[in-house]
Structures are given as structure tokens and as C-alpha cells.
Design a protein around this ligand. Structure first.
Ligand code: 9YW
Length: 447
């Protein structure tokens, strides 16, 4: 039909624009997170970006993760930023002061913290995409999987060793940036306990100069705290155990925990396919099991919503954020509790809120008092987050739910500007335009 043709045509041109964004942001060895605001490689962005690249060129997708892995620290940590030569971002490598950290790899400058471990999920998706494309692509992707399986296992082991210690069993983070959801209301209580010292070296923010409305970015007070934590880590020479002991911010992050469980299981499955060592595969399954159980235990007994745990104050954090649905990513809940969480996600406080333009969950419920429709991780919709939940739902066999998220995610991004995040009631793109990971997940949805 004519209407059907129009839809196909629109999808094809949206995909072409998404591909163009990835090409335009490509420096040759890495695709920057965005053209102006973030001129470097971010760890979890790189994973999502490689998923998009796999539709254009599997070899290029592999190269993206290779670039990230070439910055992996000797102890296994994958740093949250790999810096390009561009010095137009703050905090840059000098401020991080990681050059003297003994675990840092030679020849590349990085930050000193990590981000959600979605990389094994990206590898899985690259292999699956290649298998649908051609025999040659399949070989490229499988060879690549064989090559990077060990470094990814090493990364997971780093998390298991250094970040899985508390009784709560959740994976801990030492900076809000490690959550990927920088200024989420999830971190309001923990950040209240971070008191920047008088010796915090002065600095000038660059991010607020690069967005139309600085009101869409975190506040100066928040930045002082972000920078103070970096100062503390730098003084601890980025020793991972000392940081966990001394950091003013230490939180069991239920979203990172569920992602870790899901990614560990995914990496274990890939390991079976490529003949990885059985003991290492078994290790991954043990970590997955432990973290899945921890995410399930975090759920509030009355509301069923999953919670973060503030280690410094010893309190559970109840926030109406998207992270409350984290156990749906990895499973582990009793069937009735899980169904209730799905119903909440599909209900009027979340995806089915009557005023949403696209029926995908916002970062914070519009019915929460913490909600702000324009402020970064405090309300806007983030396409990558929708992609991650949709992918996990597909893996869990929830096909209808997965395709609903795909269709609504495409709808959200259909103006083709590939915003970093979107105003939920108008679908206005916010933050940076031509954000690489947004383009990448839209491309994956459309292919
Ligand atoms: C910053 C790159 C990164 C994402 C984070 C997001 C934002 C960087 O951008 O943080 O300077 O604010 O919060 O999740 O990886 O896209």
C-alpha cells in the first residue's frame, strides 16, 4: 500500500541518517560520543556504537571495541573515557591525573573510573548481526569474539574482585559517573554526604557552554562533588581497593548489578560457542547467579521496585527511576513479583503515562516529585536505555514487549536529530544533537 511504502521509505531515510551520524563522528579508530559535547570515547557508548556499526561494517564494529580494549587497565578495568587528542572537554586527562597510576596502559590516556559493563552484550549483538549478514561477516565476528573473550573475562573478574564485596551483594560504584546516569535522583542522598574540601583545585566547566540550555545539565554544586571524588581517587593513586575503602561515595548500584549479571551470562554463553576455558565460563555463571540474586533481594517488599544501597549511610535508596526495573534485565525474581514489576513498567506511571509522546519509560517517573522533563537523568527518555531493556526482553522471550519498545523507540527518535535524550511530552531532542549511541541503537532497531 502507499502508506506502507511511505513507512518503509521513512525508515530507510532515518537509517541512512543514523549511519551518517556514525560516519561523521568517526575519527578513524573511534567514534566520538558526540561531535561537540563529548569529543572522546566513552566506555558504554562504545559498546552501543559498535552494535550500530555492525550493520555498516563488522570489521569497523570490531575495531571500535578493540580501541576501547587497548585502553583496558592492566588489572582488568575498562576505563570510562578513552581520550582523543582533543582538549575541549572537562575533566580531561590532566585533571584525572591517571598518568601515574601503575595499572594504566602505556600510550593512551584515560579517566580512572568505569561504566556499566554492557560490552559482552555488544559482542553478542555483533556476532548475531554478522550471522544474519554473510558467511564472511560471520567469520570476522567469530574470530573477533575469540580474540576479545579473555580481555572481557578479565574485565568481569575485575568487577567481581573489587566491586562485589558488601553484604548487600550489589556491584558497588564509587562515583555517580560510574552508573552512567550521572545526576539521577538515585544519587541525591549519597552525594549529600560528599563534601568537597577547601583544597578542591579550581576549574572551569565546558559542558554548559556547548548545550543550548545549561538547565539541561547538572548543577555547579553537583560538579564540585563530581570533581571532589576524582581528587580523592587521584590522591589514592587509583588503587581500586583503597578507593572502595576511602571514597565518600560508595553505593551498591542495582542497575550496574543487573547489567553485570546479564553480561556475565551472555559472555558465558559466547564462551561455550567458541570453546573458552570451562573454569572461566563457570566463574562467569557464578558471578551472574550471585548478582542476579542480589538485584532480586534489593526489591522493596511493598512496591516490588528494585533499590540501590548507600553503603556510607547503610540505607536503601527508594527512587522512582528506571533502575527500579533492573531485575527485568537479568531475571531472578519469583514469577508473581516479576509480573508485578512488568505491570508497573507498562502502567500509567511509566510507559503508559497518558502524556508521553512515545511509550517508552522515562529516566524518572513523571509522577515522581523528583521528575524534571528536561534535566538529563532526572526525567528525559534515553533511547539507549530503551534499547537495553528491549534487547534483554527479547532474550527473555518477551517478543511482543521487545518489538513494542523497538517501534516506540524509533517513534521517539523519528525527527532524525539523534538527541542525547528527549523531553518525554514533546519528544524534543535535548543535550547534544547527533549523539552517536542514539544513532547506533536507532540503526539497530531499523535493520
Ligand atoms: C558527561 C557520553 C556520556 C555517557 C553518560 C552520560 C554523559 C558525560 O555522557 O556523561 O560529561 O556528562 O551521562 O552516561 O556515557 O555519552
Amino acid at each position: 500500500t502507499a502508506a506502507g511504502n511511505r513507512t518503509t521509505h521513512r525508515a530507510a531515510s532515518l537509517a541512512a541518517r543514523a549511519a551518517m551520524v556514525l560516519r561523521d563522528n568517526d575519527t578513524g579508530t573511534l567514534v566520538t560520543a558526540s561531535p561537540r559535547l563529548y569529543p572522546h570515547m566513552w566506555s558504554w557508548d562504545a559498546a552501543f556504537i559498535s552494535i550500530g556499526l555492525a550493520h555498516l561494517d563488522v570489521g569497523r564494529a570490531a575495531a571500535e571495541l578493540d580501541t576501547l580494549l587497548s585502553a583496558q587497565w592492566c588489572d582488568g578495568m575498562i576505563p570510562h573515557i578513552v581520550f582523543t587528542g582533543d582538549d575541549d572537554y572537562f575533566p580531561g586527562p590532566d585533571r584525572w591525573g591517571t598518568d601515574d597510576a601503575p595499572q594504566r596502559p602505556a600510550g593512551v590516556r584515560t579517566s580512572g573510573i568505569c561504566q556499566p559493563p554492557v560490552h559482552a552484550i555488544a559482542l553478542r549483538r555483533i556476532v548475531d548481526t554478522a550471522r544474519r549478514t554473510s558467511g564472511t561477516d560471520t567469520r570476522v565476528a567469530e574470530d573477533f569474539a575469540r580474540r576479545v573473550w579473555e580481555p572481557l573475562h578479565h574485565w568481569h573478574r575485575w568487577i567481581a574482585r573489587h566491586r562485589m564485596s558488601g553484604d548487600h551483594g550489589l556491584v558497588t560504584i564509587v562515583h555517580g559517573w560510574e552508573s552512567g546516569m550521572d545526576n539521577s535522583p538515585r544519587w541525591d542522598v549519597p552525594y549529600a554526604g560528599v563534601r568537597p574540601g577547601p583544597d578542591l583545585p579550581p576549574y572551569v566547566r565546558l559542558d554548559v557552554l556547548k548545550v543550548d540550555d545549561p538547565g539541561q545539565r547538572p548543577s555547579d554544586d553537583e560538579y564540585d562533588r563530581y570533581l571532589w571524588l576524582i581528587e580523592q581517587m587521584r590522591r589514592a593513586d587509583y588503587n581500586p581497593d583503597e578507593i572502595v575503602e576511602t571514597s565518600a561515595f560508595l553505593v551498591g548500584d542495582v542497575f550496574v548489578t543487573a547489567v553485570f549479571a546479564l553480561a556475565s551470562e551472555t559472555l558465558a554463553d559466547l564462551g561455550e560457542e567458541i570453546g573458552a576455558p570451562a573454569t572461566e565460563i563457570a566463574e562467569l555463571r557464578t558471578w551472574a547467579e550471585r548478582t542476579r540474586a542480589a538485584a532480586a533481594r534489593s526489591c522493596h517488599p511493598d512496591t516490588g521496585m528494585a533499590r540501590d544501597f548507600d553503603v556510607r549511610t547503610g540505607t536503601w535508596l527508594d527512587t522512582e527511576s528506571i533502575a527500579a526495573f533492573s531485575p527485568l534485565l537479568c531475571g531472578g525474581l519469583p514469577a508473581d513479583t516479576e509480573q508485578r514489576l512488568i505491570d508497573t513498567l507498562d502502567g500509567p506511571s511509566w510507559s503508559a503515562h497518558p502524556d508521553l509522546l512515545a511509550a517508552v519509560p522515562p529516566s524518572v517517573s513523571p509522577r515522581s516529585e523528583d521528575f524534571d522533563p528536561k534535566l538529563y537523568w532526572r526525567g528525559p527518555q534515553w533511547p539507549v536505555v530503551t534499547w537495553l531493556f528491549g534487547w534483554a526482553f527479547g532474550r527473555r522471550g518477551w517478543e511482543r514487549h521487545a518489538s513494542e519498545f523497538r517501534a516506540q523507540g524509533v517513534h521517539l527518535a523519528s525527527d532524525g536529530s539523534f538527541g542525547e535524550y528527549y523531553e518525554p511530552f514533546t519528544a524534543a531532542p535535548l543535550g547534544s544533537a547527533n549523539q552517536s549511541w542514539t544513532a547506533a541503537v536507532v540503526l539497530d532497531w531499523l535493520c
